[in-house]
Write a protein that binds this ligand. Sequence first.
Ligand code: ATP
Length: 328
Amino acid sequence: MRRITVIPGDGIGKEVMQAAMLVLNELSLPFRYTWMEAGDEAYRKYGKALPDETLEECLKSDAVLFGATGETAADVIVRLRFELETFANIRPAKSYRGVKCLYDDIDIVIVRENTECLYKGLEFEVADGVTEGIRVITRKGSERIARFAFELAEREGRKKVTALHKANVMKKTCGLFRDVCREVAKSYDIEFNDYYIDAACMYLVMDPYRFDVILTTNMFGDIISDLAAGLVGGLGLAPSANVGEKHALFEPVHGSAPDIAGKGIANPSAMILTAVMMLKHFGHLDEAAKIEKALENVLAEGKTTPDLGGNLKTMEMAQEVVNSLKSM
Ligand code: ATP
């Protein structure tokens, strides 16, 4: 039995988690789920956004399945990624039939370094009205994430890795990242190139087919993964996995979406696809493929939530996925 900590969190996190669990419970999987609290609501209740018991449970688990947090994201999800040492954040962007996208047949994976860069939280107020933030990029961290990206490309039969940086301006930090990526690329039989992050944003919008695996630093990866999600129908469809040597944490790219929270209209697809990533991580490939196929059927039939033009509620869409699973 694998031990999974389930943290619904805040806002739509709770709604989409309930939907994903409805789908997961349809299959008999060797998982034992423990539900824990974290986020804005936990902060109001316990004075701690990430209560000690939640962190301890996560550290003891084989994986964490996470919904979303709002204002306390830095204290919860960013901290969890550090505590669990999940150095790689994998964010696929794939277009599905029936979903209005800017382009068809997009299948990109973003591999984002998850422990360094400006998100280390090294920010200071050095004088009145003067603030500073420190950007940390190391050879070890860059090499680890670069190898991870190439190994993912090999494993998934992908053809190309593209590193994104801004080495012409951030000569030391991005310079090191770019150089290490170039060095690592030499030991793999996979095409490699690198672009400046700003140019890459334009290419992604105008010609996304030039990308396959994107390899980048923490903050650029955060921003570009929302851009990539926008290419394929929005945040309602974007899953992610945080993977380290010992731990793994699975979460949709979206946040708590306060604008739609409580209305029961959040798209559960990102959370369901996040659960699919967890199944793949543990080698349950048949079950993962079945759920993804069921979701594909539902999307193709237009049985969706309002963000994708449909009129279903979150749980109704999840039920459609379950119905499709049952009919397989
Ligand atoms: P947070 O501060 O928690 O990150 P946010 O509103 O800044 O919240 P997101 O939660 O990522 O950021 O949402 C950005 C936009 O995308 C919002 O308009 C939201 O309604 C929409 N959105 C995000 N996730 C979904 C979803 N699963 N289904 C439908 N719309 C979504």
